[in-house]
Design a protein around this ligand. Sequence first.
Ligand code: UFG
Length: 337
Amino acid sequence: MSDRFTVLVTGGAGYIGSHAVLALHDAGWPVAVIDNLVTGFRWAVPDDVPFYEGNIADAALIAKIVTEQNIGAVMHFAGSVVVPESVENPLKYYDNNSARSRSLIEAVIANKVPHFIFSSTAATYGIPEVSPVREDTPQVPINPYGMSKLMTEHMLRDVSAAHDMNFCALRYFNVAGADPQARSGQSTIGATHLLKVAVEAALGKRDSVAIFGTDYDTADGTGVRDYIHVSDLAAAHVLALDALIADPTQSHFLNCGYGRGFSVLEVLDAVDRVTNLKINRKMEGRRAGDPDSLISDNGAIMDRFPWKPQYADLDQIVTHALAWERKLGDIQQEQSA
Ligand code: UFG
């Protein structure tokens, strides 16, 4: 581990990026972070990690970081992630997620960084015709968010064919939970994700949780998703880096999920079980653009990487999310004091 280069994590002050920083750090990798702090938090980055506040499309800044920190790989998380917002303001998504990724990739090539790991999404599949979803399932995004990420996948494919850079695009299913040691977690203000909303309700930060649709083609009528613990996802990124280094001729598109699903009711039941409380549930109509069921086929990542998920148990995901939500209340008080 002595002559290791440094990994640059873009969006390292955000939810998934901050967990990747912890996973890299825990695995002995030197790490540096760039984040514009629009949605991320400076306190989410450990004090001993070099931090650059700025824009990933700033070529001069990327060149400076690569030189100063001896960057040998980029893990790219920075971007916008709210699906309904992408429908209302598509150009924001094509700028933050596609155009700025293009500039970042250009800087990566110009500065001869050989490895790139990209935060992609199951939203690139749209409403898939098959479940579980394989990597070769047609990608037909149904919103600008998914399209903006798919464009970056295409750029990476083309750029890696033309230049000395290999990449891994990881397509995340539903990311949930928090660092088991509560060093980080989902801190987004006004988050809309089911488990985040549910733990907020359990802690009295909201009155109720809306159930968006009870007439889906699923066992209990509510939407089914493949919830993946954020720390297992972060671990997959470290393994992706190992794989890119081990074989620079190979690039990868890989689903990241556990290959099993839980319904909205099952998630809410798990929160009730773990807290020994009963969250107030409100049945509502379907939310636009929600598929019945979205479950990954994770055979490819299991074959290629020695990935051993540690936290697939739903109650454990809930337990970690709750522990973080409690701690977040204290951090927010400290920050506003
Ligand atoms: N849901 C509710 N009530 C809520 C929130 C969600 O019933 O308050 C339901 C949704 O209808 C869906 C399920 O819970 O059936 C999960 O919804 P989330 O909003 O938590 O997540 P999504 O599946 O909509 O979206 C996630 C990511 C996106 C990504 C998408 C595609 O948040 O970034 O997966 O995989 F694009």
